[in-house]
Design a protein around this ligand. Structure first.
Ligand SMILES: [Zn+2]
Length: 324
């Protein structure tokens, strides 16, 4: 036989091919018998198939089907806390009260401790947020971050604080959240500061948020915010020189700058003393002037430097004034 292969190398190669074919055929038969048979019989891989279906329904957003599978799994594996967390999350969309019951019950389980407890508390917090129970959401989420601090819970906590008007804590938690998630998107904080500045009625608070906002805006927007702060602080001479500087350096901000002076009882005086394109109009129509945002055209309170609608430090325009 050796002699035959030596005299004809092609025959040897063909023999090797034949051998490989036999090996592959045997492996395939084995796989079919052991693995596929189990799938058909519903033995070991059946659960894998159920999990695959759950994943598929979840991925495609077929929530009713997804919930059905989760219910089956929960019945079969009642000790698996995560299944109940997921089921509660699906239920929250249609029935947040029921979701809260599902999640809250998990807190009584002995195995729900450490990080898992923090996770359950985060989901309880989400349910409370959905139900509009913000103080309870704050309590659950605070407890969650105390056990295991994470960006997502901090973000939810920020939302809960904002909803009860505690802007300081809302801002702090959002800042921490972004830091923890290495999120460099400063727009979130910028818009928060602008939003809080726009809705705060309290002058002291308004000033704090305008100051916070200043670190996120351009120099020309910052100049108007500084002028606004001087007005709130009652600094007439400083305001007057700031107004002059703005008109010289950023003429498109003149209307915005002059309008924020309306908040001070000496505002009219400063407006009359500083030269500029709009000086006369402000002297004449100061009290009746209506201002619109140059960015989104919505009406802005004249003393506000921030547009409450689009949150820009607006290049204001005077609405329907024949002189402009
Ligand atoms: Zn606007």
């Amino acid at each position: 036989m050796k002699d035959v292969f030596q005299s004809n190398p092609y025959l040897f190669i063909s023999f090797l091919f034949f051998l490989s074919f036999i090996v592959i055929f045997l492996l395939y038969t084995f796989f079919k018998k052991v693995y596929l048979a189990n799938v058909e019989d519903g033995k070991i891989p059946k659960d894998t198939l159920i999990l695959f279906r759950a994943l598929k329904e979840c991925h495609f957003g077929n929530l009713e089907e997804y919930l059905d599978i989760l219910k089956k799994l929960a019945k079969k594996y009642p000790e698996e806390t995560e299944i109940f967390i997921m089921a509660g999350d699906v239920v929250r969309k249609s029935n947040p009260q029921k979701a809260l019951e599902i999640h809250r019950e998990l807190l009584f389980r002995s195995e729900v401790s450490g990080k898992l407890r923090a996770t359950v508390l985060k989901h309880v917090g989400k349910d409370y947020l959905e139900l509009g129970k913000y103080t309870k959401a704050q309590n659950s989420l605070s407890e969650s971050v105390k056990i295991s601090d994470n960006g997502r819970s901090r973000q939810l906590l920020s939302k809960a604080y904002e909803s009860t008007g505690d802007f300081k804590k809302a801002f702090e938690n959002m800042k921490k959240s972004l830091k923890m998630e290495n999120n460099l998107n400063e727009k979130i904080l910028r818009n928060m500061a602008a939003r809080f500045a726009a809705v705060s009625d309290n002058i002291e608070e308004k000033t704090i948020w305008l100051g916070e906002l200043k670190s996120f805006v351009s120099p020309k927007e910052g100049a108007v915010l500084s002028l606004s702060k001087s007005v709130f602080d009652g600094k007439q001479r400083k305001a007057q020189s700031q107004l002059k500087d703005i008109i010289d350096s950023y003429p498109d901000m003149e209307v915005s700058a002059r309008s924020v002076l309306s908040n001070a009882n000496w505002g009219k005086e400063v407006n009359s003393e500083v030269e500029g394109k709009y000086m006369k109009i402000f002297r004449k129509n100061f009290d009746e002037a209506v201002f619109v945002c140059g960015n989104c055209s919505s009406i802005i309170k004249q003393e506000d430097p921030v547009c409450g609608n689009c949150l820009s430090v607006s290049v204001k325009k005077i609405y329907e004034s024949p002189e402009v």
